[in-house]
Structure formats: structure tokens, C-alpha cells
Design a protein around this ligand. Structure first.
Ligand SMILES: Cc1cc2nc3c(=O)[nH]c(=O)nc-3n(C[C@H](O)[C@H](O)[C@H](O)COP(=O)(O)OP(=O)(O)OC[C@H]3O[C@@H](n4cnc5c(N)ncnc54)[C@H](O)[C@@H]3O)c2cc1C
Length: 310
């Protein structure tokens, strides 16, 4: 399921809200079976936090659209059969000039180049689009409605991304905390185990409490009556989940001490180096899907009703 988190967590909900009956019938079943892996082509070299600055263009040509431009940080692009694509159909109108398409990745003119991360992995990519032909029946919603559709995708993305930081090194945030407690019990420093060190226990319990609060909020989000609006809980979940993931892995580095420098492939690395890998990967969670600063702006403006930032 994790390999198709963009398909299940973002493409399917977007299609259920905005897709045509034909798009749903054709595209949803292979998402659910993970036969079709999806990626998200939103960000561009000049359009990240200010996503509406995107420049990839789509020009109508009979029943087709001709797409030119480039996308960056495209997670899973090297596995994906389909891309959720935002393209500019009107250069004069920043927001209403964006249209949302479904782009088959095997079409001529699509080139995927993996980006190598400092972890040694290549989870995301640059995607170049050169005269790519997309039929009009793969447009989602009306021409110029792309920003509205993208907001639906981003809202569910922030829900889907909840806890991503912690699961970078374990199956669930709670399993990761249990593993770290176990490591603290096995690690001796200054004549006692780290589990007997009150400052370490305190930090472990704080991470546990925050994770439990996050899990309770996620359960609360499923009850519409107490959700308090579609943005509120998913936004908090993404913000808190990614920051808790960082906190947990920083604590892991403290507990491991000098052993934290042993990485994947080293026979002496704790958990085969997964903590060091997870530590680096948790820094992605506070950027992807909208940075923590941007989440705080949105929470301030749209949930708390504070004045808009200039
Ligand atoms: C692991 C990972 C996976 C990703 N996967 C995808 C993907 O699959 N598809 C995709 O389309 N994109 C993806 N992205 C891109 C991601 O959405 C962008 O990196 C993100 O939106 C930030 O944009 P940027 O990198 O251009 O940074 P910038 O927008 O240049 O921001 C730089 C800094 O300025 C701050 N900043 C910017 N604007 C404001 C503001 N108004 N107020 C306060 N602070 C501000 C930011 O918080 C940040 O600290 C991924 C990114 C990462 C790290």
C-alpha cells in the first residue's frame, strides 16, 4: 500500500470528488489494486510554496492538449504509470489560468530523471515534458479550475502525509517508539542503561504523548461533527506528525551516541542503520506537501481567522 500512497491517498480522493464517471470507472480499480502507481507533478523549479507561479503550459490542439515544461521533486515518478499534472492554460490569470490533467507517464515526450538524495536513495525525480499529447478526456474538471482541484489534492495529501516522518524508520510511529525504548534499555552509559536516565525517559515519554495525541486527533477527524472543517485536522496532523518524526529521530541520535554514525550496510549499525536513514529522511516531511511555515500560515489565516500575510 505504501508504494501507492499518492494513488490511494491523493489521486483516488481527487477523482472521487472531481473526476468524470468515465475517469472513475477506468482509473480507480487499478489504483486500489496498486497495478497503477501514481505521482504528483505540481512543483516546478520556480514554483514550490508559491505553487500558482507554475509555468508548465498546456495548449489546446483539437481534442488534445500539448504540454511543455518541467516538474521537480516528483516522488515515485520513476515507478509511476500516471501523474497528477498541473499546467498553465492561461498566462494572464495566475489562479484561474491553471488546469488539472491526468498524464500517462509512458506518453512520448515524458522523461524522468531521478534525483539522488544525501541518504544514497533516489525517491524523487525531475520530470521533463516535451510536446506531450494529453487527450481532453484526461482533463479533470473544467479548463481553468485546476487550482480548486489542486486544493482538494493538497488537503488529502496533508491527511495522507500524517506520521510520515515516524514511519520512515518503522511500520508505525508507536512501533518506532517501542524500538527506541528497547534500544535505550540495551544501551549503557555512565554505569547505567539510558532507560534509567530520567532526562532520556522524559523525552521518550513526551514523544509518546504527542504521538498519542496525534493518533487521537486522526480518529477525531473521521467524525465530521467534531472535525471543525476539512482543513483543520489534516493540516495539524501533517504539521505535528512531521515535527514529531524529527523529534523522535533526534532522540534516537542522542541515545545511539557515536554509534549513530554507523549507516546502512555496516554490520554494527543499530537496526541496520535505519535510525540514521530515518533521521535524514524526517527532514523531508517538514517540506513536502507544503513546508511547516506554509502550514502555519494556512492554519493562522484559514482556521484561526488571523490577518493574511502579505
Ligand atoms: C521529500 C519531498 C517530496 C516531494 N514530493 C513532491 C511531489 O511528489 N510532487 C510535487 O509536486 N512536489 C513535491 N515536493 C516539493 C514540495 O512540495 C516543495 O519542496 C515545497 O512545497 C516547498 O517548495 P520549495 O522547495 O520550492 O521551497 P520554497 O518555496 O522556495 O521555500 C523556501 C523556504 O521559504 C519558506 N517560505 C516560502 N514561502 C513562505 C511564506 N509565504 N511564509 C513563510 N515561509 C515561506 C519555506 O517554508 C521554506 O523554508 C517534495 C518535496 C520533498 C522535500
Amino acid at each position: 500500500i505504501f508504494i501507492n500512497w499518492i494513488g490511494l491517498g491523493m489521486a483516488a480522493p481527487t477523482l472521487l470528488i472531481h473526476g468524470t464517471e468515465e475517469q472513475k470507472q477506468k482509473l480507480l480499480p487499478p489504483i486500489f489494486s496498486a497495478e497503477d502507481i501514481w505521482c504528483q507533478g505540481f512543483s516546478e523549479p520556480g514554483a514550490g510554496s508559491d505553487l500558482a507561479s507554475l509555468q508548465t503550459s498546456a495548449v489546446k490542439d483539437g481534442d488534445n492538449w500539448i504540454v511543455n515544461g518541467s516538474k521537480v521533486w516528483t516522488s515515485l515518478g520513476h515507478f509511476a504509470g500516471w501523474m497528477l499534472l498541473l499546467a498553465r492554460t492561461d498566462k494572464q490569470d495566475k489562479y484561474n489560468g491553471i488546469t488539472y490533467f491526468l498524464c500517462p507517464m509512458d506518453h512520448a515526450g515524458v522523461t524522468v530523471k531521478p534525483i539522488h538524495k544525501m541518504t544514497g536513495e533516489s525517491g524523487f525525480n525531475e520530470v521533463f515534458l516535451e510536446n506531450v499529447v494529453i487527450p481532453d478526456n484526461l482533463r479533470v474538471d473544467s479548463v481553468g479550475a485546476g487550482w480548486k482541484v489542486a486544493m482538494s489534492t493538497l488537503t488529502v495529501e496533508r491527511g495522507a502525509a500524517q506520521g510520515v516522518g515516524a514511519i520512515a524508520s518503522a511500520e508505525s510511529p508507536f512501533a518506532a517508539i517501542e524500538q527506541l525504548i528497547d534500544t535505550a534499555k540495551r544501551t549503557n552509559r555512565n554505569g547505567r542503561t539510558l532507560w534509567e536516565d530520567s532526562t532520556i525517559r522524559d523525552r521518550l515519554m513526551k514523544v509518546y504523548e504527542r504521538t498519542e495525541a496525534l493518533a487521537q486527533s486522526a480518529r477525531r477527524a473521521r467524525v465530521n461533527a467534531i472535525n471543525g472543517g476539512s482543513m483543520r485536522i489534516p493540516l495539524q496532523g501533517k504539521l505535528n506528525g512531521s515535527e514529531i518524526g524529527q523529534e523522535l529521530h533526534q532522540l534516537a541520535m542522542t541515545i545511539l551516541g557515536p554509534a549513530a554514525s554507523l549507516y546502512i550496510g555496516d554490520a554494527n549499525a543499530e537496526g541496520n542503520g535505519r535510525w540514521a536513514l530515518g533521521y535524514m529522511n524526517t527532514y523531508t516531511g517538514t517540506i513536502s506537501g507544503g513546508s511547516s511555515e506554509v502550514q502555519r500560515n494556512i492554519l493562522g489565516e484559514r482556521v484561526l481567522g488571523m490577518p493574511k500575510t502579505k
